[in-house]
Ligand binder design. Structure first.
Ligand code: ATP
Length: 294
């Protein structure tokens, strides 16, 4: 659980001059960031920019070449595995997950950090698992093999495991990957309702604009811009970083909405917008969300 002695104003993560060099390649270059708690923060940038590497550095999965990563005012590399797992859940991209377990057992695995060498799960663990599955609307799948769930259901089961783990910080690597638009919206809504902090890599800039409180735009291992979506999703910055023509409009909710095309075409009138089709028209988005709540 979150350590109550930590002041709410203490950054969740503080990165100071983080560099990661591997085989003479600079994968992360001098990254300094101070990230607030209880927000949804999106890491955006082109393929190979270093988004997943940054997420792994925050989780202490890689030993950076220079600089420090502090989580709740303590170096992430000093956390023991169990202690870290009680606070942070790292959810990788789905294709790498091959649980040969039932949904129940996959979620119960979230209690491992709380168990001793010879202790087994008890009735309170069972209640936690069932309550998390209920929250994620997966109670009817409890005995189903995890591998047979749809991508969206697997993501929800992994979030249930994070809840059972007691983690108040979720680090997610491209959680919307492989999900159809409805499941993407459902997942983002679940993350909005999560009672804690969420940091995720995400490719869909319009989805990021709509759901993230802050964005970190990175390119070639460097932070290009960090701030609120309206500061980061600037046509010039996005055009330069992604090497596409970009036009930014304002959605009816006041968030940036971006149109793209390859250089020298007109982004709005060109035939094929490359990411989410026609405005993630906020009205229809909200209609869908409110339908889900019925
Ligand atoms: N373990 C590794 N060994 C060698 N190179 C690596 C390793 N991890 C990452 N890289 C390289 O670092 C760069 C950044 O990779 P990373 O996966 O962080 O990018 P990304 O922004 O998440 O990309 P994508 O959007 O394609 O998932 C890439 O050039 C990648 O090949």
């Amino acid at each position: 659980m979150f350590d109550k002695s930590i002041l709410p104003t203490t950054p969740l993560f503080k990165l100071n001059g983080v560099c990661w060099n591997l085989a003479s390649k600079d994968i992360l270059k001098n990254i300094s960031l101070s990230l607030p708690r209880n927000k949804i923060i999106g890491i955006i940038g082109p393929n190979g920019a270093g988004k997943s590497s940054l997420l792994k550095a925050m989780h202490g999965q890689i030993k950076t070449s220079q600089g420090t990563v502090d989580f709740n005012d303590q170096p992430i590399l000093q956390y023991g595995l169990k202690d870290k797992a009680k606070q942070i859940a790292f959810i990788e991209q789905l294709p790498e997950l091959t649980f040969d377990l039932s949904v129940y057992d996959a979620v119960l695995a979230g209690r491992l950090p709380y168990q001793g060498l010879f202790s087994f799960s008890n009735s309170s663990d069972k209640n936690r698992v069932l309550s998390a599955l209920e929250k994620m609307e997966l109670l009817d799948k409890v005995s189903q093999p995890f591998n047979t769930l749809s991508g969206g259901e697997q993501q929800r089961a992994l979030i249930a495991r994070s809840l059972v783990q007691g983690a108040t910080t979720l680090l997610l690597d491209e959680p919307t990957n492989h999900l159809d638009i409805r499941h993407q919206l459902e997942l983002m809504q679940t993350l909005q309702e999560f009672d804690g902090s969420v940091i995720m890599t995400i490719h869909d800039l319009n989805m990021a604009s709509h759901y993230c409180d802050y964005l970190i735009l990175i390119n070639e291992g460097e932070v290009v811009k960090y701030g609120e979506p309206k500061e980061v999703l600037n046509a010039e910055l996005i055009s330069t970083t992604y090497k596409v023509e970009t036009v930014v409009k304002e959605s009816s909710l006041g968030t940036p909405y971006l149109y793209f095309c390859l250089a020298e075409s007109d982004p709005i009138n060109s035939a094929e917008p490359i990411n989410s089709a026609e405005p993630i028209n906020s009205a229809s988005l909200l209609t869908l969300q409110s339908n889900n709540n019925d």
